[in-house]
Write a protein that binds this ligand. Structure first.
Ligand SMILES: Nc1ncnc2c1ncn2[C@@H]1O[C@H](COP(=O)(O)OP(=O)(O)OP(=O)(O)O)[C@@H](O)[C@H]1O
Ligand SMILES: [Mg+2]
Length: 144
């Protein structure tokens, strides 16, 4: 049990402890823009005070992987990241890029997309990816 707790703490990004989810995502988006030159817009509604630790980590890690995919694969000019509280415990995240898109049907084997879906499932959430070749990609997470 102690070992598990130690592992869980290691997996929790320190940025979340320091300033909370919104501020951690804000830093992440700024760093993303600075490193890639892609114009990133951030829309934050309300706050994340009602979110428990597991949901917080899931939202943060999914945003991180979605942005990593934009940087590596999308060839995008712009990306928009949105966070919006839903219900008593929940949060919605959207990461949309205007890049090259891909065929989601054939992309099931990547660790990133599967990992995002698994993280969403573990906190009772849903991950929805809509991508159109040459028409950009939208990753949406809804955690109730
Ligand atoms: N935003 C995006 N724009 C264009 N293509 C994407 C985007 N996100 C994912 N893809 C495509 O889907 C594939 C699978 O993505 P996934 O994150 O699962 O794997 P990966 O990024 O290739 O590797 P990793 O396991 O390190 O994440 C990518 O290789 C890429 O072809
Ligand atoms: Mg990836």
């Amino acid at each position: 049990m102690e070992e598990l707790l130690r592992l869980a703490r290691q997996l929790r990004p320190t940025a979340l402890d320091d300033h909370g989810l919104y501020s951690a995502i804000e830093s992440q988006v700024k760093r993303f823009s600075a490193q890639t030159g892609i114009d990133a817009q951030l829309h934050l509604e309300g706050n994340a005070d009602h979110l428990d630790a597991d949901r917080e980590i899931a939202v943060f890690r999914i945003a991180q992987e979605a942005l990593a995919n934009v940087a590596r694969h999308a060839d995008a000019k712009r990306v928009a990241v949105e966070l919006q509280p839903v219900g008593e415990h929940g949060m919605e995240l959207a990461v949309r890029d205007d890049g090259r898109g891909f065929l989601t049907a054939g992309a099931g084997s990547g660790l990133g997309l599967n990992g995002m879906a698994e993280r969403a499932r573990l906190v009772g959430g849903e991950l929805d990816i809509v991508s159109v070749p040459e028409g950009g990609t939208a990753v949406r997470l809804r955690v109730p």
